[in-house]
Design a protein around this ligand. Structure first.
Ligand code: FES
Length: 164
């Protein structure tokens, strides 16, 4: 009887520990996602205020794995001064196409239905089908050189900027 009890403990205890370890990530509370993402160094932006497009790489976490450097979108960055940067999401607020920097560099253009935006992100052509200007994103300059952006996507086809 004692031997049977010890045998049951010897096999059951490690199995129970293994199951507990396997299910542990499911028991943990989900961490709030990091809102600000490091995009580039300030020195990567032209001093004349010309916009540059940068990918947004973030961390993708599920209960068992964490993957770094996953592309989640892209932004336009533009230097406004010595220590000020403007950021726009590249997604067109009309229907979600990717906006491009206009050939002359004086603004942005969406190739899908020709929405035109000024460098400040506002609608430049009243005939543009986009219901609002480009979606501005909050920026932070950290350590004097690192440009961080609060990356978000927004609903398309509506006048208001509604995060999704
Ligand atoms: S998706 Fe950009 S103008 Fe329609």
């Amino acid at each position: 009887m004692l031997a049977a009890g010890l045998a049951a403990f010897a096999t059951g205890f490690p199995v129970a520990l293994g199951v507990r370890c396997l299910l542990d990530p499911l028991r943990r509370k989900r961490r709030a996602p990091e809102l600000f993402v490091r995009i580039a160094n300030l020195s990567a932006l032209p001093a004349d205020g010309a916009p540059r497009r940068f990918p947004v790489l973030s961390e993708r976490v599920n209960v068992w794995t964490k993957t770094r450097g996953v592309p989640v979108g892209a932004v336009f960055l533009r230097r406004l001064g010595e220590a000020s940067v403007e950021a726009f999401n590249v997604v067109c607020p009309h229907a979600g196409c990717v906006v491009q920097v206009a050939a002359e560099g004086g603004g942005y253009l969406c190739p899908c239905h020709n929405s035109a935006f000024g460098l400040d992100g506002r609608i430049a052509d009243p005939g543009s089908p986009s219901p609002r200007g480009l979606d501005a994103l909050a920026t932070e300059l950290r350590h004097g050189e690192e440009v961080w952006v609060k990356f978000q996507n927004f609903r398309t086809g509506v006048r208001d900027q509604i995060p999704i």
